[in-house]
Design a binder for this molecule. Structure first.
Ligand code: PLP
Length: 246
């Protein structure tokens, strides 16, 4: 997958080093993460709080070896970087603040304030992206474009958070031009905010089916699941994880 992403970057006239591949391991067990880590993958994305936290705890509690060798499943994945990319309920924010390195799905001031307060003092600020609704569908999550500036100002002032950028999950489309439009819209929103003095170096956009379009429009964090780990089991229409995954 990394080679395909690098090729997409070069085809778009971009430096592949600008792109972080976030391997979305939701629904896949810790062993799948270990295998990807052994192959060199470092950034992992999780969507469901309980499942993601259990996996992180399981992987971190594995004893660290003095000299871990590639493929050794016993060491604790010390330099893995964990990204929370799913919807976040207030009552689960502490679990995320205490474990994850990134949250891509900030969509309201209250959740930003909670995460900032709950971030443990000994950890670096939680890196966050604001999720923007660029598809204008009532079913899609994220803040509307005209509310991003106000939320960005608030987030930028919270001591436990480091505002890094914007994230979007556009409505799916098979058509490459239609895929690019919402990513271009997110980039323009970012550029407008940067013109007001708010630094937003990252754009979290692109999944297995539309990463090429996202890379063309400036993605820096690309969230890829099924193209790395394979098809996921079907889930409930409300997006709840299967019981077995908890
Ligand atoms: C599941 C998921 C992904 C990965 O989707 P694939 O189509 O499997 O690549 C990326 N981002 C978010 C927010 C997701 O929920």
């Amino acid at each position: 997958m990394r080679a395909a992403l690098d090729a997409a970057a070069r085809a778009a006239g971009r430096d592949p080093a600008e792109l972080t591949l976030v391997a979305v391991s939701k629904t896949f067990p810790a062993d799948a993460v270990r295998a990807a880590y052994a192959a060199g993958q470092r950034h992992f994305g999780e969507n469901y709080v309980q499942e993601g936290c259990a996996k992180i705890d399981q992987l971190r509690s594995a004893p660290s070896l003095a000299e871990p060798t590639a493929g050794d499943s016993r060491h604790g994945l010390a330099d893995a970087v964990w990204h929370f990319i799913g919807p976040l309920q207030s009552n689960k924010s502490r679990m995320v603040a205490e474990r994850f390195d990134w949250v891509h799905s900030i969509d309201r001031e209250s959740i930003a304030r909670r995460l900032s307060e709950q971030r443990p003092a000994g950890m670096p600020p939680l890196r966050v992206c604001i999720q923007v609704n660029v598809s204008d569908e009532s079913s899609k999550s994220g803040v509307p474009a005209d509310a991003v500036l106000s939320l960005a100002r608030t987030v930028a002032g919270l001591p436990g958070l480091e505002l890094r950028g914007l994230m979007a999950i556009p409505a799916p489309s098979e058509d490459p031009a239609a895929q690019r439009a919402p990513f271009a819209a997110l980039r323009r929103i970012r550029d407008d905010l940067e013109a007001t003095g708010i630094a937003l170096p990252d754009l979290s956009m692109g999944m297995s089916a539309d990463y090429v379009a996202a890379v063309q429009e400036g993605a820096t964090l690309v969230r890829i699941g099924s193209a790395i780990f394979g098809a996921r089991p079907a889930r409930e229409p409300d997006g709840a994880p299967p019981e077995a995954a908890a």
